[in-house]
Design a protein around this ligand. Structure first.
Ligand SMILES: Cc1cc2nc3c(=O)[nH]c(=O)nc-3n(C[C@H](O)[C@H](O)[C@H](O)COP(=O)(O)O)c2cc1C
Length: 356
């Protein structure tokens, strides 16, 4: 690690230590400061990543009220006007900062991305999470509105590009993550130290994070915070059926599958019957025809699965971190637990090692 990156880790470590002193008399951690929390004005370096059908106002506001950064998923709303209404609904539930995710992926049905971006700006949102494609075409609009842009990347080369084009924060999504991990298959053990060496802007560790050990490890590897998807799905406030949450509590780290590999559009999903059928189709000799898969993976079926709790209705994104999930806490309890565990590790276990 270069000298400056090392100093940066040390500086953040000192900040975390000073954060430890700010305890309320109930023993609650008042803050854990990093460059990221200072930039956004939030208490804890914990973000709830955008999640199709899950990132509604109930979850985003609960995460923000608990001191993290909640994110509404833009395209979960059927129109830009509906997104503006959802933003207002979220504002009614929290006065803390929250963000909107804009996922720019190739879709079967064309999406009016520019109109969604315009709606985000006009609604007065100040933090946007972009993902899926180079966000450069949207940056002039966002920057003119003084919006902080967090771009999600699955590789160092894309992270460096995001920094170069003017994104404010990079969310580094390792191979462990739910959703689209890219095609490089590099885990966060490698991606995060690389990001620490090469990036100047703050970055988040994303993928495989779900507890205080993960937060402490991510901070030790130079990250300014963590982004979690799967872990936040399994909370009281996540607006999905209890059976889906329970299936994830019971799942092990082996219960995810990588589908669409043959189409070079890999997605990590929960390993249910439908995911296994998709894999069988992809395993057949010759090129995969998406038309053979399409009826199984329609977005609407995933949404119905979340609403009705029929676990084999469609597919849903889930990360390897399901193996670390054992309960369904509130967002407040989850964030407090993660911060508290991380601070204990930093101040006790690591401190002891450093003082020898
Ligand atoms: C159900 C679900 C839906 C997701 N949908 C999106 C999405 O629409 N856009 C996006 O950028 N990321 C999406 N993600 C990825 C998350 O924002 C986050 O990057 C990822 O979950 C991190 O990995 P983890 O699940 O191991 O925490 C989704 C994740 C899950 C679990």
């Amino acid at each position: 690690m270069g000298y400056s990156a090392l100093m940066l880790v040390r500086d953040e470590f000192l900040q975390i230590q000073s954060g430890q002193e700010l305890l309320t008399n109930r023993g609650r951690r008042e803050t854990m400061e990093t460059r990221f929390t200072r930039m956004l004005g939030i208490k804890y370096p914990i973000v709830q990543g955008g999640m199709q059908w899950v990132g509604l106002a109930e979850l985003a506001s609960a995460v923000s009220n608990a001191g993290g950064l909640g994110i509404l998923t833009g395209l979960t709303q059927p129109t830009p006007e509906a997104l503006v209404r959802e933003i207002q609904r979220c504002r009614d539930m929290t006065d803390r900062p929250f963000a909107v995710n804009l996922t720019i992926l190739p879709t079967i049905k064309p999406v009016p991305y520019e109109e969604y971006a315009q709606a985000i700006v006009e609604a007065g949102i100040k933090i946007v999470e972009t993902a899926g494609r180079n966000p450069e075409p949207f940056l002039p609009l966002f920057k003119a509105a003084d919006i902080t842009v967090i771009h999600k990347c699955t590789s160092i080369r894309h992270s460096l590009k995001a920094e170069r084009i003017g994104c404010d924060v990079v969310s580094v999504d390792g191979f462990e993550c739910a959703g689209h991990p890219g095609e490089d298959d590099v885990t966060n053990m490698i991606l995060l130290p690389l990001a620490a060496r090469r990036l100047k802007i703050p970055f988040l560790a994303s993928g495989g994070l779900g507890d205080g050990m993960g937060l402490a490890a991510a901070l030790a590897m130079g990250a300014d915070g963590i982004n979690m998807g799967t872990r936040f799905m399994v909370t009281k406030e996540a607006p999905i059926h209890k059976k889906v949450k329970q299936a994830m509590v019971e799942a092990s780290e082996l219960d995810t599958a990588l589908i669409y590999r043959s189409l070079r559009n890999t997605a990590r999903v929960f390993k249910n019957n439908i995911a296994e059928q998709v894999l069988e189709i992809e395993d057949k000799p010759g090129a995969t025809d998406f038309e053979d898969i399409r009826p199984l993976v329609q977005g609407i079926k995933g949404r119905e699965l979340f609403e009705e709790g029929d676990l084999n209705r469609g597919i849903w994104s889930a990360g390897m971190v399901v193996g670390l999930i054992d309960d369904i806490p509130s967002c407040e309890d989850l964030i407090q637990r993660i911060v508290s565990e991380a601070q204990t590790i930093i101040n006790e276990r690591l401190q002891l090692m450093g003082s020898v």
